[in-house]
Write a protein that binds this ligand. Structure first.
Ligand code: 9MG
Length: 348
């Protein structure tokens, strides 16, 4: 029989109130951030197929000493030397032939480097270098080809950029080679499950790792995905991956969790995850959200992929307001501008 599980979803975000008078009700200070205060939470209890929900005030939660409270409130340690006290921007750099469709191998690498340098100049904190497309329906790329695409790009960028470099791969050998070439972060959309060697390789690099939730493989993942309760199922799946990483020697402080928007999810699943992403702070790790230009924006609005910037910005701000620490985006300058306005208003 499945054990009873409890989850805390912070809600009712409050503006920071410096110098609040004594006796002001306590807020939930999520991930140790003084700008991330919540007045209440949804307390969710799942017992098999039964899910009970109630709203509790922060005061009551503090008094309850609920076991999920400590990881929810714990201050996060920096990741790859980057403090997690404001939303970081991760810029997408695809090194796939379809992303710079000019045919030639050299031209592809040069175009990827030029694009990365532009995103760096626009203020990206992290550049996510991806040699394999993981779009729905995408075919896998073999190891030799992935290495051929990505290693020269990392080597060219490492000495030239301010941003940290991340490798977007599911392959252990690519993780190892990219680490040697200068990346500071591993981003694996299979949460170290695709390659049987990946857990060990990631542990050996000593690098932080993004564990993204996906249901199924990119080729087939959009064929009728199903969940009991998508938000709780994704939470439990990520909790199990954190545990597997701990067993393999990767501590929670080096892990970043990600709900995997668009990876084996319907429109309703994606919207539920986007609206409830604050629940993932209960896992005690930094949270990453990648919603930029994704097809759920097209489904909602009819916008083609190149016209999804407004929807992407809305999703990024929804994430920021729920305390997401890393936003994976295509449009770095526009996201920075949106965040600057949002952050400016927080302190006003
Ligand atoms: C590679 N990639 C594409 N979408 C992504 C997402 O949402 N998260 C992460 N971590 N990687 C992604």
């Amino acid at each position: 029989m499945a054990a009873k599980t409890l989850y805390i979803r912070p809600i009712a975000r409050m503006a920071p109130t410096p110098g609040a008078p004594a006796g002001t009700p306590r807020a939930l200070r999520v991930a140790g951030r003084s700008d991330l205060l919540f007045a209440a939470a949804e307390l969710i209890e799942r017992d098999g197929a039964e899910v009970r929900r109630r709203i509790v005030l922060a005061e009551e939660l503090h008094a309850s000493q609920h076991p999920t409270l400590e990881p929810l409130l714990r201050r996060r340690v920096p990741i790859a030397g980057l403090a997690l006290d404001r939303p970081l921007v991760m810029g997408v750099v695809n090194v796939t032939p379809d992303s710079f469709s000019d045919g030639g191998r050299h031209l592809d690498a040069d175009a990827a480097v030029a694009h990365a340098l532009r995103l760096d100049a626009e203020g990206a904190d992290i550049l996510d270098i991806g040699p394999e497309s993981t779009r729905p329906g995408a075919e896998p790329v073999d190891l030799a080809e992935e290495l051929r695409r990505v290693v020269p790009v990392i080597e060219a960028l490492a000495p030239r950029v301010r941003a940290r470099l991340a490798i977007d791969t599911r392959k252990a050998e690519v993780m190892r080679r990219a680490a040697r070439a200068g990346v500071a972060l591993i981003n694996d959309v299979s949460a170290l499950m695709h390659d049987p060697e990946a857990l060990r390789a990631a542990a050996e690099t000593g690098l932080p790792v993004v564990l993204m939730h996906a249901q199924g493989d990119p080729r087939t993942m959009q064929d009728d995905p199903r969940y009991g309760d998508v938000v709780l199922d994704v939470y439990d799946w990520l909790a199990a991956r954190i545990e597997a990483c701990a067993q393999a020697g990767i501590p929670r402080s080096r892990l970043i969790v990600d709900p995997g928007i668009g990876f084996g999810k319907t429109l309703a699943h994606n919207l539920a995850l986007l609206g409830s992403v604050s629940i993932l702070h209960g896992l005690g790790c930094a949270v990453l959200l990648g919603a930029s230009r994704k097809s759920f924006i097209g489904r909602l609005t009819g916008a083609e992929v190149d016209d999804r910037l407004p929807g992407s910005l809305a999703a990024a701000l929804l994430g920021a307001a729920q305390g997401v620490q890393i936003l994976r985006v295509h449009d770095v300058a526009a996201t920075r501008q949106a965040l600057a306005v949002w952050e400016g208003a927080q302190g006003a």
